[in-house]
Ligand binder design. Structure first.
Ligand code: MLT
Length: 395
């Protein structure tokens, strides 16, 4: 019997599990304290009414002989794939329905897609970034190198000839910093990947938050991306599906490496290892793209944007440096008083009863920073902002 020893090379627990454990311990020790959680990027608004109606209708269908659905197509039902195709087309991005694969969420596909690539590939990961990219590759035994991000490059690392890799991760808008690439910047990455035979895994989970003109929402806005990129997206952030689970992955037909077509290989993988997302969930996801669905969802996104403004204003008032929060639900702040990320986590919990995510959990370059999410309840976010202001002012 041989275990996958690579698991021993990873941090003992996943970032958000560590945060949860620390908060539970704090709450157990201080049951009287009301804690406000602005840590994990989990949504708080209920699902939109058109989504709930679609769920109800699909459940009813499943109880009839005519409407019952057993195993579905592993890559997703055409009604949902076509709706996603049209969502992209509205922004001038052409993807075909058979380039779209429905999944149970971006996190799963970000890990599963690695099954297409050998273990002796080198992987380039931005630092700081969503921690699963590193964990997914370390647990497979791949070599990970880092593209450093900081204030000096606006948290948007650019290609560097001294850092070539087979697999390149890009997360834009970035989790955790909220930085967003322009199409011109992404073109540099696309040209770099095409020149080196790399594949870009583009995490677009937060694309719905982009409002600033001139910022990219999809890598497929960029010429040349179809021969080097895979895009992974989610219904979690756009439509509150964190507990409902649905996402999608776009694998262009033109993408080939070592004589293998990645779209065909991914289809082969999915048909073998995946039985698809439940019919009722796919009906709910399709309702997101209806006129009524989109209207309610935009309203919800505005609610979270307002939370971001509340947090940003509090930080401005106490003179704390931050970025993000404009095209992203995350505010990325510098820890006040020169504290390191985990010290500030403990300090903020103790002094304000507010939970955030330590920047160091997203990579070494995140040390000294801290992430706050705008996905909370509006009243609680206001209260958290007020408490943080008071606590920081006392420093
Ligand atoms: C986060 O807080 O970074 C995200 O919510 C985690 C996730 O989407 O899995």
């Amino acid at each position: 019997m041989k275990m996958n020893r690579h698991y021993t090379e990873m941090a003992q627990s996943y970032l958000f599990s560590t945060v949860n454990k620390k908060v539970s311990e704090f709450s157990a020790a201080h049951p009287e304290r009301e804690i406000i959680r602005l840590g994990i990027g989990d949504v708080t608004l209920p699902l939109a009414k058109p989504v709930i109606q679609a769920l109800h209708q699909a459940v009813d269908e499943m109880g009839t002989a005519e409407g019952f659905h057993g195993y579905g197509p592993e890559q997703g039902y055409p009604f949902l794939k076509d709706a996603i195709r049209d969502y992209y087309a509205e922004r001038g991005v052409q993807v075909a329905s058979d380039e779209i694969f429905i999944s149970d969420g971006a996190k799963s596909d970000l890990a599963n897609i690695l099954g297409l690539f050998g273990e002796d590939n080198t992987v380039l990961v931005p630092d700081p970034v969503y921690p699963t990219y590193v964990d997914d590759n370390i647990s497979d035994g791949r070599r990970v190198i880092y593209a450093q991000a900081g204030e000096e490059n606006g948290f948007l690392p650019m290609p560097d000839e001294s850092k070539k890799a087979d697999i390149i991760y890009i997360c834009s808008p970035s989790n955790p910093t909220g930085a967003v690439y322009t199409p011109a910047q992404l073109k540099e990455w696309v040209d770099f990947a095409n020149a080196n035979g790399s594949v870009i895994l583009f995490d677009a989970a937060y694309e719905c938050f982009v409002t600033e003109p001139g910022k990219a929402r999809s890598i497929f806005e960029v010429e040349g991306a179809r021969t080097c990129a895979i895009e992974i997206c989610s219904f979690s952030k756009i439509a509150g599906f964190t507990g409902t689970r649905c996402g999608y992955t776009l694998v262009p037909m033109e993408l080939e490496r070592e004589g293998m077509n990645l779209n065909k290989t991914w289809l082969r993988r999915q048909t073998t290892k995946f039985n698809g997302v439940p019919y009722i969930v796919q009906r709910a996801a399709a309702a997101v793209f209806t006129k009524e669905g989109m209207a309610e969802i935009q309203h919800n996104l505005d609610y979270y944007r307002q939370n971001a403004r509340v947090i940003a204003q509090a930080l401005e008032e106490c003179g704390v440096w931050y970025c993000g929060g404009k095209n992203s639900p995350y505010i990325w702040m510098k820890c006040p008083g020169g504290m390191d990320s985990w010290t500030f986590f403990d300090w903020l919990l103790e002094n304000a009863g507010v939970v955030g995510t330590p920047g160091a959990g997203f990579g070494a370059c995140g040390e000294g920073f801290f992430r706050l999410t705008a996905f909370g309840n509006a009243e609680k976010t206001k209260e958290a902002a007020q408490r943080m202001k008071q606590a920081i002012a006392s420093l």
